[in-house]
Write a protein that binds this ligand. Structure first.
Ligand code: PSV
Ligand code: MN
Length: 431
């Protein structure tokens, strides 16, 4: 496996922080031992954690209003992979990359796969894009894609998804994520039932093209770009569609795709209960934005989601394996720093959820002791597991402090020189 950041520099960085980490780790280990928790078991668990990177996340995103590009943004999918490799090298928690077509379309999937393997990366779910028109495209998606009234437009959108499966297959992916922006901006614009019927007809064709060992993830989103009635707006619709399509269809929960204050952990519990939880797009949200850094606004919610995942894992065993991916848009930060710290935040929630004393929690619940139940969760959530995460990284060859190590490495300056900015500055951002 090749390294993107000079490994000598990583070693130097780790050597500087080693004594402090050892002291913190020992103190935390002592505290956890008093609770009957073996810190070594927690560190080993942390090392099993993986969350995939969105290829589109390593570039600067943007809003509807503007995009302010950053220095050294990747100009093609190979450069995106280099940035992903840098993130994984330092965090050791992001070995998967989720590609988005046609943005990441390549004529040489074998070379792309080879480069990924060279970096120790693999490809997670591939994403289709029928929410934008592409140059030279015959039929516009202005009025919808998989739900379009026009049969030829629907056929084009179906064909694109089938092409994504073929590309993904060549790259070693095993799932397709379908998010459509289809919907209506005015009451009356759509026959609401008819639009969903057309969606299902299109999805049946896509489903039929799935290889035997593939899954299709249906991603719901409350609104935007449709502002009155989005066809796949909520987990109920997503669930009904996944049920209708068959066993290989699952629901994908993007944390930012719900109304403020929605109880997302309950959605997770419901989908897990009925065997339809396919995976996640982790991010955070405050208002209607859906792409803020994971754990930056509501880390407790992220913890509660992982608490439900821990419960489901206990019930379902090894077969329970939803796909974990980040889906963020970075506007004011270096995307590499945001993705590194977000991966660590999701990993943190995972480890904290493993600290919940599930037997004690069950007892409190059965005794109707609401306060003690809540405290059992808070006790785990309040535990600062940073030393476990850092030790897990260190032992796996990563950096004790990924952001500090990345800053010291000079990687951004290096790629800024190698990847000069393209002419023509600010455009509108991705969805
Ligand atoms: C839509 O907002 C979304 O969450 C979908 O996952 C897209 O594929 C992704 O963002 C990028 O636009
Ligand atoms: Mn998403």
């Amino acid at each position: 496996m090749s390294t993107i950041i000079d490994s000598g520099r990583v070693a130097e960085h780790n050597a500087q922080l080693r004594a402090g980490l050892d002291a913190d780790y020992e103190a935390l280990g002592g505290m956890l031992a008093r609770r009957g928790v073996d810190i070594e078991r927690m560190t080993a668990l942390a090392q099993t954690f993986a969350v995939a990177l969105p290829s589109w996340g390593v570039g600067t995103g943007g809003t509807r209003f503007a995009r302010f590009p950053g220095r050294g943004e990747p100009r093609n999918v190979f450069e995106k992979l280099d940035d992903c490799a840098a993130i994984h090298q330092l965090t050791r928690a992001t070995p998967g990359v989720s590609l988005h077509f046609p943005w990441d379309k390549t004529t040489d999937p074998a070379a792309l796969r080879q480069q990924a393997e060279h970096h120790g990366l693999y490809f997670d779910a591939v994403n289709s894009n029928t929410f934008q028109d592409q140059a030279g495209q015959e039929h516009s998606y202005k009025y919808g894609s998989l739900t379009a009234n026009n049969a030829a437009t629907r056929a084009q959108a179906v064909a694109h998804n089938i092409e994504c499966i073929a590309l993904g297959k060549a790259l070693g992916s095993r799932a397709l994520t379908v998010w459509v922006g289809d919907g209506a901006n005015f009451p009356g614009q759509h026959n609401l039932r008819g639009a969903l019927e057309r969606y299902l007809d299109s999805m049946r064709e896509i489903y039929a093209a799935l290889p035997a060992d593939w899954l299709v993830f249906i991603e719901h989103k409350l609104f935007e770009p449709a502002f009155y009635a989005t066809t796949i707006a909520d987990w109920g619709t997503s669930f009904a569609c996944a049920q209708t399509l068959g066993d290989k269809a699952r629901c994908l929960v993007d944390l930012g795709h719900h109304a403020p204050n929605t109880n997302i952990e309950m959605i997770v519990a419901r989908l897990a209960q009925f065997g339809k939880l396919g995976g996640f797009h982790f991010n955070d949200s405050k208002y209607g934005d859906d792409d803020l850094d994971s754990g930056s606004i509501n880390p407790f919610q992220l913890f509660l989601v992982f608490n439900e995942l821990a419960d489901a894992a206990e019930r379902e065993g090894a077969a329970f394996k939803p796909a974990y991916m980040l889906d963020q848009s970075h506007n004011v930060t270096d995307p590499i720093e945001s993705l590194m710290s977000s991966a660590v935040e999701v990993q943190r929630a995972f480890v904290q959820s493993q600290l919940v004393d599930r037997a004690a929690l069950r007892q409190h619940q059965e005794a109707n002791d609401a306060l003690a139940s809540a405290q059992a969760l808070k006790h785990a959530y309040r535990t600062d597991v940073s030393a476990i995460l850092a030790m897990a990284r260190l032992r796996a060859g990563g950096a004790v402090d990924p952001v500090a190590c990345y800053r010291a490495s000079g990687y951004r300056t290096q790629v800024a020189e190698a990847r000069p900015a393209k002419a023509g500055v600010s455009g509108s951002g991705i969805v």
